[in-house]
Design a binder for this molecule. Structure first.
Ligand SMILES: [Zn+2]
Length: 132
């Protein structure tokens, strides 16, 4: 088959679209444990987090993960995100934001002021996905 025909085939309707979760991973500089995160909202995330195993500094893979890791269980590599990034003000009316901000910790307020998402243990909130 010519290269041109191959390209045409892959553009065809017969190829199903796949959607993968917007995930990142952070590797610990001390114990090398990898923490997998997922986005439930869009936004900026930190370059460093605390390792979920030993609380040392874990460094971002900058979203450069194999696509197999982006698929939730039971597909892909069979790994699930253990933490999620979220915007505490998503879907909230602007008039409610000052009151909600007061309920955040000082650290959370600083993170939100920087325009970054907050991080929490994975809930059953639906992750955002992108098409591959
Ligand atoms: Zn660690």
């Amino acid at each position: 088959m010519s290269i041109k025909r191959k390209a045409e085939r892959s553009k065809g309707k017969g190829i199903p679209s796949m959607y993968i979760e917007v995930r990142n991973a952070y590797i610990c500089t001390i114990c090398q444990h990898t923490t997998i995160t997922v986005h439930i909202h869009r936004g900026n995330t930190p370059f460093y987090i605390s390792c979920e195993e030993c609380m040392s500094t874990a460094v971002s893979f900058k979203y450069k993960l194999p696509e197999a890791i982006m698929l939730p269980e039971p597909y892909g590599a069979g790994l699930d995100a253990t933490w999620e990034f979220y915007n505490p003000f998503e879907g909230v009316s602007p008039v409610e934001i000052p009151e909600l901000t007061k309920k955040l910790s000082k650290t959370e307020q600083e993170i939100v002021e920087k325009g970054e998402l907050l991080m929490r243990k994975r809930t059953d909130e639906k992750p955002i996905k992108h098409r591959i």
